[in-house]
Design a protein around this ligand. Structure first.
Ligand code: C5P
Length: 227
């Protein structure tokens, strides 16, 4: 039986009122939400509470990147909010990850490899000189060795990472589009391609939240994942 790829809707909205409207519209279609740095900075833990009121699971995507003690402390606080998963930059290193895996109570640790908004040129300019695939592959391997539960990567690297790590690592892919959107996401694929590459979850924000009918847009992504 082929594995199902799930949908996580990114609540990239500016305030709680707008978020609640969106959650009401998506109710019954989506049950896994992502709270990112924009909404969390504006509304704090109340954003997580609200998402949990309407959905079953929350991915707190604050992309922690700091010294081990600081990140472990943030992950501990996230655990007390009841989130299912948190993100941290794998480029923060093995010690940072180990400090988090050592926590008694922790959400799933999902490590960011290479942001889907970066292309080869941008990554090179940031000082990572061995290309997107090798960088993502290396960071994913470090994550797997040090207790990450999942890795966040572009659908373009998902198949490679799945082939190496199989079901030991959950693969989460943002940068998924039904059709080219011409926005800041550079390394994108369609939901069907992301599912075929072995993604366990796709994360979709603007194509759902900015749609005239967000529930219909989310349903279209779910339908495309089944094909
Ligand atoms: O609107 P869009 O579908 O591009 O939203 C993608 C979401 O996934 C955003 O909230 C973004 O912060 C997040 N994300 C990403 N790339 C990563 C990790 C998370 O785009 N590597």
């Amino acid at each position: 039986m082929t594995k199902k790829t799930g949908l996580i809707a990114a609540l990239d909205t500016p305030d709680l009122k707008k978020t609640e409207e969106l959650l009401k519209q998506l109710s019954g279609v989506v049950d896994f939400y992502k709270v990112g740095s924009g909404l969390f900075t504006a509304a704090g833990p109340a954003a997580v509470e609200l998402a949990l009121k309407y959905g079953k699971k929350v991915f707190l995507d604050l992309k922690f990147h700091d010294i081990p003690n600081t990140v472990a402390s943030a992950v501990k606080s996230a655990a007390s909010l009841g989130v299912y998963s948190v993100s941290l930059h794998l480029s923060g290193g093995a010690e940072m990850l180990k400090a988090c895996t050592a926590l008694e109570k922790k959400p799933k640790l999902w490590g960011i490899t290479v942001l889907t908004s970066l292309d080869e040129h941008e990554l090179f300019r940031s000082g990572f000189r061995c290309g997107v695939l090798k960088t993502a592959r290396g960071l994913a391997a470090m994550g797997a060795e040090n207790g990450a539960d999942g890795v966040v990567c572009s659908p373009l690297e998902a198949a490679d990472i799945k082939k190496t790590h199989g079901d030991k690592i959950t693969v989460i892919t943002p940068g998924v589009r039904l059709e080219s959107a011409g926005d800041d996401q550079k390394r994108t694929l369609t939901p069907k391609e992301a599912a075929a590459a072995g993604a366990d979850f796709i994360v979709v924000g603007r194509p759902i939240i900015n749609a005239e009918n967000p529930a219909a847009a989310a349903a279209a992504f779910l339908e495309a994942l089944k094909q």
